[in-house]
Design a protein around this ligand. Sequence first.
Ligand code: PLP
Length: 383
Amino acid sequence: MNAGRTYLDYNATAPLRPEARAAVVAALDTFGNASSVHAEGRRARALIETARMEVAALAGASPRDVIFTSGATEAANAVFERAWQSLFVSAVEHPAVMAPAQRCGADLHVIPVDASGRIDVGALAGSLDHVLADSSRRPADSLIAVQYANNETGVVQPIAEIAALAHERGTRLMVDAVQAAGRLEIDQRALGIDYIVLSSHKIGGPQGAGALVVGDEAKLNALLVGGDQERGRRAGTENVAAIAGFAAAAAAARREVGDVTRLAAMRDRLEDGLRAATPDAIVIGGDAERLANTSLVARPGWPAETAVIALDLAGVSASAGAACSSGKTSRSPVLAAMGLDDDIANCAVRFSLGWATTEDDVSRCIEAWQRLARKRNGARLVA
Ligand code: PLP
């Protein structure tokens, strides 16, 4: 961690956990190719297979269903390699899901969310029934793609309800669990989710690693061909060090899932402190079930980019809405789908906490916000 800084942008990327760093370093010395039969190759293979068990446990999946990828974006893209007929995709999906869904050529039905950002399950059911009433549309060639929890608001989606609907209608279900992994209990087998997308760097593993879980009955057309790695489902020599680091982070994150009270208490204290300094601040998605670590706060009249720069100068790292591709300042499709006015959406600053966040971080962030409020009020008085 950078000394003197308060890092509150875990939903963009989490700091590398010490156990993940140690696993990466140790694996870098295991130079064998996991496809080789000799001792070095077998050692690399053993690391990957142990990692597969840890990552499977994070998603409540069977190890044989886990395919390692270069990240969640690749995992999501791979799902859309199949020739789907119809897609039912929530309006608040990350671009890693929305863009390949738009490109793949299937009929695309965008499912709305309500004002608090929850997927409208009734609208999803209606859309499924309408489309599948046409006998040329095969349920098994239709895919519902939703996220477990939103990266901007932290709002948690009713996945069990959506999974039940997918099973009733006979469609396939893909869940982007990037932000939920390590923060909520995920049970792929119990819910019968066909595809789960995971990312290493959101849970304190290295960047450039992720996984796709493909359930027993789900099919996959490999995105990358040219080798038998990952049982022919993802060609290319494995990134053993990144996979080992991902697994170490997964093991640590899984231990924390049951104890989100620490994070929730810090998040609540942060929100109380921000609202005390600026009583007109709004917590977006605050009335829905949210991840314990995420807070999206808008103070009308404070453009998010300006607030984020001012916070940065004060030593606090936060982000303006979706920061997965930082520097982007375009309108958030997530907040637009929630029906938020631009004058609030453009002021949304995201704070996301995680494994290394301390009470001092929260205090420093509140103090920085208070200073910003004092300056802003002063500026307005002078003007
Ligand atoms: N899905 C969600 C919800 C995300 O927040 C991100 C973040 O970037 C991704 C997918 C893409 O993950 P990755 O960086 O591993 O490609």
